[in-house]
Write a protein that binds this ligand. Structure first.
Ligand code: CP
Ligand code: NVA
Length: 328
């Protein structure tokens, strides 16, 4: 498998075999890391990490993975560079491409990361856009593989805002990997018709299904993997909170809901998560709307079924696999 020189912009750009290869490579790199074995395979290379939105996991994963591979990292945050304000993406791409071997980008429109890739001349990795979150997918499916020992034939349900980065990406990744995907959400929060149709074509090639439902009981029944994400994503206006709370409260992942899933089921969440009121936003929402837990209850989040911290760790191993595969 040769992915050298490739970008990693969205799951749609990759074959099932390529995605499986990246997950398997991440498993190998995780073993090396846990055994304390040197794997500075990209010694002396330099990467830039551009973040137009906040991040804990993605930023730390790119940085730690780079250091483990022997690379140097330059971080460009939401403020402090010329990008987007005094300089176009196209110009920034052509500058950074002359200095760095690879570029990570987290921001708003998918078209921006695509433009960066088009003009930089070096591999560009999507660290999250409004539309897609592809590195998250590798970590999620690696975590599922570790738990179940296989991916094909598993049943995954996503509860919540399914028309944004995580929901869109999970639907496509499931279709690619032969996982039966159910979107359980109010109709207005389903992925676009166009993306659903694309997912259905890919799913039929991989002998799996794409189901959309508003019914929570149907959504939960017999599922192996229950996935949710925040109800309001980064970059969305504060005004949408009231409407989202109203629409999505019936879709909160509770113990009652988990009891309807398969015996060996797991709970996943890309994080960060509002499962209590111990954050400034969590506290603020509780004061304004009287909601103390949002997309998932604290009980489920802290339960034995919850694999969210294994999943978070796997962000680092999978991002390392993407950088190694595309830069070697
Ligand atoms: N899951 C994820 O992308 O987390 P961060 O926003 O902390 O990077
Ligand atoms: N949908 C979330 C994912 C965070 C990792 C957001 O875009 O904020």
């Amino acid at each position: 498998m040769n992915l050298s020189g490739r970008n990693f912009l969205k799951v749609l750009d990759f074959t099932t075999e390529e995605l499986q290869y990246l997950i398997d490579l991440a498993v190998e790199l995780k073993n090396l890391k846990h055994q304390g074995k040197d794997h500075r395979y990209l010694l002396g290379k330099n990467i830039a990490c551009i973040f137009e939105k906040d991040s804990t996991r993605t930023r730390c994963s790119f940085e730690v993975a780079s250091y483990d591979l022997g690379m140097h990292v330059t971080y460009l945050g939401p403020t402090g560079s010329q990008m987007g304000k005094k300089e176009t993406i196209k110009d920034t791409a052509r500058v950074l491409g002359r200095m760095f071997d690879g570029i990570e980008y987290r921001g708003f429109e998918q078209s921006k990361v695509e433009e960066l890739a088009e003009y930089s001349g070096v591999p560009v990795w999507n660290g999250l856009t409004n539309e897609f979150h592809p590195t998250q997918m590798l970590a999620d499916f690696m975590t599922m593989l570790e738990h179940f020992g296989h991916l094909k034939g598993l049943n995954l349900v996503y509860f919540g805002d399914a028309r944004f980065n995580t929901g869109n990406s999970l639907m496509i990744m499931s279709a690619k990997m032969g996982v039966n995907f159910t979107c359980c959400a109010p109709k207005e929060l389903w992925p676009s018709e166009e993306l659903i149709n694309t997912a259905k074509i890919i799913a039929s090639e991989n002998n799996c299904t794409i189901t959309l439902t508003e019914d929570v009981n149907e959504g939960a029944a017999g599922k192996d993997v229950v996935y949710t994400d925040v109800w309001v994503s980064m970059g969305e206006p504060d005004e949408v909170w009231a409407e989202r709370i109203n629409l999505l409260t019936p879709y909160r992942v509770t113990t009652e809901l988990m009891n309807m899933t398969s015996e060996n089921s797991i709970f996943l969440h890309c994080l960060p998560s509002f499962h209590n009121t111990d954050t400034t936003i969590g506290k603020d929402i509780a004061e304004k709307f009287g909601v103390t837990e949002m997309e998932v209850t604290d009980e489920v989040f802290e339960s034995a079924k919850s694999k969210v911290f294994e999943e978070a760790e796997n962000r680092m191993h999978t991002i390392k696999a993407v950088m190694y595969a595309t830069l070697k």
